[in-house]
Design a protein around this ligand. Structure first.
Ligand SMILES: [Zn+2]
Ligand SMILES: [Zn+2]
Length: 155
């Protein structure tokens, strides 16, 4: 048996922000992973949908996977939920030769141009995210505590 697994890894921008997409309203936002380390739940800043690092990157990883010319015609495990624990589990039962892990990386720039993003500060949690300029007015909830935002202002 041969297993081919693809791990899709995000590369943050130069300030360390990772791009996320809400799986409900499909809008983009970016967060620094160190801001969500102790955070079990995250919330979409636009629709308040609850998610996590995994659920908020699922759509992006699927797109990256589909668009990637090198692997698009290869047969492989399409399970995008794969994480290190799963891999360790699988490795226990398999010899090294039976398993192929492909690493596919994507940068923020591949998803959205940096110039289109602006910083948005949540005063309640003293944390910043980045949102596309054209929809910053649609920010309704704090990503970290789901606190409701009443007014959106730019500096
Ligand atoms: Zn949403
Ligand atoms: Zn907050």
């Amino acid at each position: 048996m041969k297993i081919v697994s693809t791990i899709i890894n995000p590369i943050p921008d130069e300030e360390g922000y990772h791009i996320f997409e809400c799986d409900k309203c499909q809008e983009l936002f970016s967060i620094k992973p160190q801001d969500i380390e102790k955070q079990e739940n995250l919330y979409c800043p636009y629709c308040g949908h609850q998610g996590s690092f995994i659920t908020f990157t699922n759509n992006i990883r699927k797109k990256v996977y589909k668009d990637h010319p090198i692997i698009s015609d290869k047969e492989s495990n399409e399970n995008q939920e794969i994480d290190l624990e799963h891999i360790k589990e699988m490795l226990k039962d398999l010899k090294k030769d039976d398993m192929d892990i492909e690493l596919l990386e994507y940068s923020v720039e591949e998803i959205i141009h940096q110039e289109e993003l602006i910083k948005y500060e949540f005063i309640c949690c003293d944390k910043m995210i980045k949102v596309p300029m054209e929809i910053f007015k649609h920010v309704k909830y704090c990503t970290f505590c789901k606190g409701e935002i009443l007014f959106n202002m730019t500096e």
